[in-house]
Write a protein that binds this ligand. Structure first.
Ligand SMILES: *Cc1c(COP(=O)(O)O)cnc(C)c1O
Length: 353
């Protein structure tokens, strides 16, 4: 037995590490990244702006300017509080840390895997309520589970990852009203969705919203935000590590996120491409394509493992859920730029040709 095996919590030894596959020189449409890099015509002034960052100093602890930038990018009302995280993953962890030993975290299956992983890391109980065959919330079984397990935290990805749909809005209202949990509506895909709970945060003391810039062009910056009442945010802020948003991220966000029109225009391209992909893929009878409010499509195929390998051999990386019973033979494809999407469609058509 090695030192670390003797030393480490046994539940952590059993966890399978989060796997990120190799993607060099591939069309990378597996992780919901934006295909659009920083525009070339901004690069010069961006680099000048970056060069003024005082890297010998700690970053601004509250990152107030970044907060303002995000408030105007996302039209966040002034009366709400904002807490910044090193990615929204860090904020999920922060809320888990705020729970008592033995508390329960509830979410849905299938949904974003980090809810369960972080619950396990922080030694909380995790309860996953199964979604129905259309990946919609089953309200009765959800309310029953809430009654029985009294969760402290409920995560609702809206739209949901990896299924792409936005759950029934009324069901979410009922869950917020009927539970005493802090309900986290995770709007990682807000830019691609027709709907939001932003205007509801002021109406419910137990509702907070999670957002991120990862899916709108800035996954590399690692910047997420939690939006809630001023009270909730200032209490949770005690758990944030000092200087969690580094100087390069702060400076970059302040420069790049001011280009709101550009960000919105890119999101519009993705929404149009999503529609085009959806329509083209539905003409292939071996595929079932699920409707999406996000920058990806979930597709049920005849043999996900074999299609995944075929695409990989042809330089295209998608996400395969071959092994997951609720997503059996499903792949998840991020909407890329038009030429990436054409390449993907071409390969799919040759596979089913
Ligand atoms: C991608 C994703 C996140 C993670 O966002 P980061 O800000 O990159 O940590 C959170 N929630 C959902 C539902 C996601 O799909």
């Amino acid at each position: 037995m090695t030192f670390i095996n003797k030393w480490l919590r046994s539940d952590i030894q059993k966890i399978k590490a989060y796997h990120v596959p190799k993607s060099e020189n591939m069309i990378k449409i597996d992780a919901m990244e934006s295909p659009f890099p920083v525009p070339k015509d901004l690069m010069g002034s961006y680099l000048t702006y970056l060069s003024e960052a005082a890297l010998n100093r700690y970053p601004s602890p509250g990152a107030e300017e970044v907060q303002q930038t995000l408030r105007s990018l996302m039209d966040i009302p002034n009366e709400l509080g904002v807490l910044l995280g090193n990615g929204s993953d860090e904020l999920i962890q922060l809320m888990a840390l705020a729970c008592e030993n033995g508390d329960t975290v509830l979410s849905f299956e299938p949904s974003f895997v980090m809810y369960e992983m972080i619950a396990k890391f922080t030694q909380l109980n995790y309860q996953g309520v199964l979604l129905d065959d259309n990946y919609e919330i089953n309200l009765d079984s959800t309310l029953n589970k809430i009654k029985r397990t009294q969760p402290k935290l409920i995560f609702i990805a809206y739209p949901n990852n990896p299924t792409g749909n936005a759950f029934d809005r009324e069901s979410i209202h009922t869950i917020i009203k009927e539970s005493e949990a802090l309900v986290v509506v995770d709007e990682a895909y807000y830019a691609y969705s027709e709907d939001s709970f932003l205007n509801e945060v002021a109406n419910y003391p137990n509702l907070v919203l999670l957002r991120t810039i990862s899916k709108v062009g800035f996954a590399g910056l690692r910047l997420g935000l939690l939006i809630g009442s001023q009270d909730t945010i200032s209490e949770l802020d005690k758990l944030r590590l000092p200087y969690n948003i580094n100087s390069l991220t702060q400076v970059s966000a302040n420069f790049l996120l001011k280009e709101k029109e550009h960000i919105v225009a890119n999101a519009d391209i993705i929404i149009n491409e999503r529609q085009r992909l959806y329509e083209e893929l539905t003409t292939i009878s071996s595929l079932k394509v699920f409707p999406s409010q996000a920058n990806f499509l979930l597709i049920k195929v005849d043999n996900a493992k074999s299609l995944f390998e075929f695409l990989k051999d042809n330089g295209i990386l998608v996400k395969s859920f071959a092994m997951n019973p609720q997503l059996s033979n499903c792949i998840r494809v991020t909407v890329g730029n038009p030429s990436e999407n054409n390449e993907f469609l071409g390969q799919i058509k040759s596979y089913y040709g």
